[in-house]
Design a protein around this ligand. Structure first.
Ligand SMILES: NC(=O)c1ccc[n+]([C@@H]2O[C@H](COP(=O)([O-])OP(=O)(O)OC[C@H]3O[C@@H](n4cnc5c(N)ncnc54)[C@H](OP(=O)(O)O)[C@@H]3O)[C@@H](O)[C@H]2O)c1
Length: 327
């Protein structure tokens, strides 16, 4: 029973995958000097690990987070870790480390996304990298402030509006990059245009997968629209990572020790999981590469449903109406 539950959780997450991948820590410390990076959901898990490394590489990192107190706490910890690393010896790059800024952003509220972008456009002269990282996984049926199903609303629509409102700044800062954090679980989703809001039926796993498929279709359509602008956009699967993402999944008390053991043995740490985001945000190797899907810092193939251009265009048009970009 315990083994079956652990196996089911692994299967639901898309298979254990490999923990082995290129760790890029210790890369050129000045690589991101002078660059401004915005990371959504940077107070926890992958976002936090991505922020730590880009900070170490010299970037000015803006943490876009829904809870200011949690984000300020994470930011203080990150600054402390960086200071400790500097004190503990000749850690390359620490002396040239960047700056960390917290800004409030709730992707479950279009009002919050608009206010955040207005502040960004007023106060930030440039934006070199946008990392659409925040996400919610398999929650019970809930709606965003604007009445959208929560997983589709946060994972896709919130980031769709955010990206569109910041495109002008990204274009004026080009060459610039957009990095979208999706998931291999996109394979189990589809885009049902008759019930995008899951009013007729709700399956939490399926709706997560749908939102992650939407992330990929959005990336590919955006790459097409951005041709010739020097703004690139790529999407990734981070692997299965030990983070707070599973907070809505109930694991029976008796099974928890086994689950913890399995996750300790097979899941990536946040630092390992963040490597592909860091790679796409900073590596000179991906300069000019756009519209691709990556895992473990390598390009991977997509299923045909994630490459369907007509679905991607229709999803774009409908999303524009849903978030009020087109009335
Ligand atoms: N972990 C994995 O195995 C895995 C696998 C595939 C893909 N991913 C993707 O990786 C990304 C990062 O997830 P994670 O694993 O690092 O999980 P995590 O530790 O739970 O981090 C998720 C982040 O998103 C934020 N967030 C959630 N709802 C938000 C909202 N309405 N507005 C703004 N921020 C919001 C969370 O903020 P709070 O802390 O305030 O809740 C948190 O900072 C997600 O897109 C996820 O789908 C993860």
């Amino acid at each position: 029973m315990a083994v079956a539950t652990a196996a089911a959780v692994l299967a639901a997450l898309g298979g254990a995958g490999t923990r082995v991948q290129r760790l890029r820590r210790g890369g050129d410390p000045g690589l991101m000097h002078g660059k401004t990076v915005l990371i959504t959901g940077a107070n926890s898990g992958l976002g936090r690990a991505t922020a730590a490394e880009l900070l170490r590489l010299g970037a000015r990192v803006i943490m876009g987070c829904r809870d200011r107190a949690r984000a300020e706490e994470a930011a203080s910890q990150l600054r402390r870790e960086l200071r400790q690393a500097a004190e503990c010896g000749p850690e390359p790059g620490v002396s040239g480390a960047g700056e960390l800024i917290v800004r409030e952003l709730d992707l479950a509220s279009l009002r919050s996304v608009r206010a955040f972008c207005q502040e960004m456009l007023q106060e930030e002269p440039r934006l070199d990298v946008l990392i659409n990282n925040a996400g919610i996984f398999q929650c019970p049926y809930m709606k965003t402030e604007d009445g959208f199903e929560m997983q589709f609303g946060v994972n896709h629509l919130g980031h769709f509006l955010l990206t569109n409102l910041l495109l002008g700044l990204l274009k004026s800062s080009a060459p610039s990059r957009i990095v979208v954090v999706s998931s291999k679980l996109y394979k189990y989703g589809d885009i049902n245009f008759d019930d995008l809001n899951s009013e007729q039926s709700y399956n939490k796993s399926f709706c997560y997968s749908r939102s992650k498929l939407a992330n990929i279709l959005f990336t590919r359509e955006l790459a097409r629209r951005l041709e010739g602008t020097n703004v690139t956009v790529n999407v990734l699967h981070p692997g299965i990572v030990r983070t707070n993402l599973g907070r809505h999944i109930h694991i029976p008390l008796l099974v928890k020790p086994l689950f913890n053991l399995v996750s300790w043995a097979f899941f990536k740490t946040p630092v390992e999981g963040a490597q592909t985001s860091i790679y796409l945000a900073s590596s000179p190797e991906v300069e000019g590469v756009s519209g691709r899907y990556f895992g473990d810092c390598k390009e991977e193939e997509l299923l045909p449903k994630a490459m369907d251009e007509s679905v991607a265009r229709k999803l774009w048009d409908i999303s524009e109406v849903m978030v009020g970009l087109l009335k």
